[in-house]
Design a protein around this ligand. Structure first.
Ligand code: TXA
Ligand code: MG
Length: 332
């Protein structure tokens, strides 16, 4: 439990331009006062993140959107009404006062009302916007516990509020709401199907040949462990081949296939690490980042995983697995 005294202390830290480890329902954020350029600059330094990458501004409620954005389309309000507080970020035309350091110099701003009770308590007490990216070093896996934040960022964060493990486990859905039709820039905690059902239109996805906005450039996520996406049905044979080559292999899968049971593998089983990734997509999303972290801790040479079916939360899961395998945008 986070006490009222801790919330008050966190507000003090933010007012003095410090950084807070912020629990949200998606992942932990690294928060600073979004109207203090020097404070926001500290976020980039702590993360080792390029300065042209825009940050999401977290707000206490949808009414605060007007302080940050303008020309807000009707569908954006409908989405806000249905999915806030919650794991959805709206990209909207920014108001002129919003700091360039927050938007990466773009004419738009990302806004989100998180649903985690600790985040909401802090936002209400702070009475302003909090710029917060995920609280990991650039290119690494997002933290889903307070301990992860401390391990990632250590002394560069002034205070970490411990709100327990994150309930959603992957980042928010990013909806570009600057056009006539919403466009999903990042699949996340609110499914594309839920957005389509609410609006009665299917959101678009960015065209693969469209120029990449800052923060969406293709580059390699380089975890210590190589992650490989196994073609459906080939995970066991790929694992056996790698184990036979002498590698220490992690498999992210719900249940070990029969071919990988100890009695079938014999001595190779010593080099096999099973990281359970539940079949239920919501449960899998909740556990994904802890799973990716444990691959590194177990000092594996290779991690194998099959892409899930991309409906519902499967879309967010597949997106993050592609990034972990270096086949998507770099993790931020
Ligand atoms: O769930 C989340 O969204 C978490 C929690 C802490 O709220 N935050 C998060 O922030 O994932 P970050 O910085 O790790 O990822 C935000 C993404 C980046 O890819 C960034 O480029 C994009 O949002 N973004 C932010 N503002 C944008 C804008 N104005 N236009 C386009 N993309 C934007
Ligand atoms: Mg991030």
């Amino acid at each position: 439990m986070v006490s009222d005294a801790e919330i008050a202390r966190a507000v003090e830290v933010l007012r003095r331009g410090g950084l807070i480890g912020l629990p949200t329902e998606t992942v932990y954020g690294l928060a600073a006062d979004a109207s203090n350029a020097a404070a926001v600059a500290k976020i980039f330094a702590a993360k080792g993140r390029p300065a042209d990458h825009p940050l999401i501004v977290h707000l206490a409620d949808a009414a605060a959107v007007k302080d940050w954005a303008q020309s807000i389309p009707g569908y954006a309000w409908r989405l806000a009404e249905s999915f806030w507080p919650g794991p959805m970020t709206l990209i909207l035309p920014r108001r002129a006062e919003v700091l360039d350091v927050v938007t990466g110099g773009l004419e738009t701003v990302g806004l989100r009302v998180p649903s985690h009770p600790v985040a909401l308590r802090l936002l209400k007490a702070f009475q302003g916007g909090l710029a917060a990216p995920s609280a990991n070093r650039f290119g690494r896996v997002s933290p889903t516990t307070a301990e992860d934040v401390v391990r990632e960022l250590g002394a560069s964060v002034d205070m970490v509020l411990d709100g327990g493990p994150c309930q959603i486990g992957v980042e928010s859905t990013i909806v570009d709401a600057t056009g006539e039709v919403p466009c999903i820039l990042r699949p996340g905690g609110v499914t594309v199907e839920a957005i389509a059902a609410r609006l009665g239109v299917t959101p678009t996805r960015p065209r693969s040949d469209s120029p990449r906005a800052p923060g969406r450039m293709a580059s390699h996520y380089a975890p210590e462990t190589r992650v490989e996406l196994a073609i459906s049905g080939t995970l066991a044979s790929r694992a056996i081949a790698a184990l036979s080559d002498g590698l220490r292999v992690a498999v992210l899968v719900d249940k070990l296939p029969a071919e990988l049971h100890p009695e079938r593998l014999g001595r190779l089983t010593d080099r096999l690490v099973h990281i359970p990734l539940p079949r239920d997509m919501e449960e899998a999303a909740r556990r994904l980042y802890a799973g990716l972290r444990s691959i590194d801790r177990e000092a594996c040479d290779l991690a194998l995983v099959e892409l899930p079916d991309e409906s519902g939360m499967g879309a967010a899961l597949a997106d993050r697995l592609r990034k972990a395998a270096g086949q998507g945008d770099r993790m931020q």
